[in-house]
Design a protein around this ligand. Structure first.
Ligand code: IYR
Length: 223
C-alpha cells in the first residue's frame, strides 16, 4: 500500500451561530434517546436497517481495518434459538452468577432473565468483533483497537436508529459464545453486542433510574 493522499472532500463549515444551534439541537435530540425494552411488533423497513449498518460501518477504526460484522437476525427459528440461549445465560446470571453487588446495581432497572424482545422486536443486529482482517475483506492481518473501534461503530448505529425514530436497546448476554453458532460466524470473531430496535409498545415505560444523568461538572474538567 502507498500513502497516497487525496483532498478532504465534503467538509462543511457552519457559521458560528449555526454551529452552536446545530450542536445544541443534535444534543437535545440524542438526550431523548432511552433504552427501551417494550417493543411494538410493527415491522421496520429493511432499508432503514441497511442505512443503520451503513452509518455504523463509517465509524473510525484502528488502521481503518473496520473490524466488525453486523448479523441481522430475522429468521424466526434463529430468533427463538437466540432467545432461548440468551435467557438460559440470563437465568444463571440472575440466579447467582452475577453476584450481589452487580444485582444490587441492576435493581433500579427492574431487569430480569426474561428477554421476549429477542424473539419479537422487529430488529435484532448482532455485532461481531474481528481479531483479524484488514482494509478489505480479503485480508487477514492483525486488527488493532478492536473494542474501541466496534464500540464507536455501535454508538453510530444507536444514533442512526434514533435519528430514524426507532427506540433501541443494547444487550450483552454473557457469555455470548452461542451467538457464533446462531449467526454462523467463524470462531475468531467475538460477539460484541446485540442491538435491538423497533417502535416502542404503546404502553412502553423506562426506569426512572435511567433519567438520572451526571452534570457537565461531574463528567468534565477543564485544565
Ligand atoms: N445482561 C443482563 C444484565 C444487565 C447488565 C447490565 I451492566 C445492564 O445495564 C442491564 C442488564 C440483562 O440483560 O438482563
Amino acid at each position: 500500500m502507498t500513502d497516497k493522499r487525496v483532498p478532504l472532500e465534503n467538509y462543511v463549515e457552519y457559521p458560528g451561530p449555526d454551529m452552536l444551534s446545530r450542536i445544541t439541537a443534535f444534543t437535545a435530540d440524542l438526550k431523548r434517546r432511552r433504552s427501551v425494552r417494550d417493543f411494538d411488533n410493527r415491522p421496520v423497513d429493511d432499508a432503514v436497517i441497511h442505512a443503520a449498518i451503513d452509518a455504523a460501518g463509517s465509524a473510525p477504526s484502528g488502521a481503518n481495518h473496520q473490524p466488525w460484522h453486523f448479523a441481522v437476525i430475522q429468521d424466526p427459528v434463529k430468533r427463538r434459538a437466540l432467545r432461548e440461549a440468551a435467557e438460559a445465560e440470563e437465568r444463571a446470571f440472575y440466579e447467582g452468577k452475577a453476584g450481589e453487588e452487580w444485582l444490587d446495581a441492576l435493581a433500579p432497572l427492574g431487569t430480569d432473565a426474561s428477554k421476549p424482545f429477542l424473539e419479537h422486536a422487529p430488529v435484532i443486529i448482532a455485532i461481531f468483533a474481528q481479531k483479524r482482517g484488514g482494509v478489505t475483506v480479503e485480508e487477514s492481518r492483525k486488527n488493532y483497537y478492536i473494542n474501541e473501534s466496534v464500540g464507536i461503530a455501535c454508538g453510530f448505529m444507536l444514533a442512526a436508529l434514533h435519528q430514524a425514530g426507532l427506540v433501541t436497546l443494547t444487550h450483552t448476554p454473557n457469555p455470548m459464545r452461542f451467538l457464533n453458532t446462531v449467526c454462523e460466524r467463524p470462531a475468531d470473531e467475538k460477539a460484541f453486542m446485540l442491538i435491538v430496535a423497533g417502535y416502542p409498545a404503546p404502553n412502553a415505560t423506562v426506569p426512572e433510574h435511567a433519567l438520572i444523568k451526571k452534570s457537565l461538572d461531574d463528567i468534565s474538567s477543564w485544565i
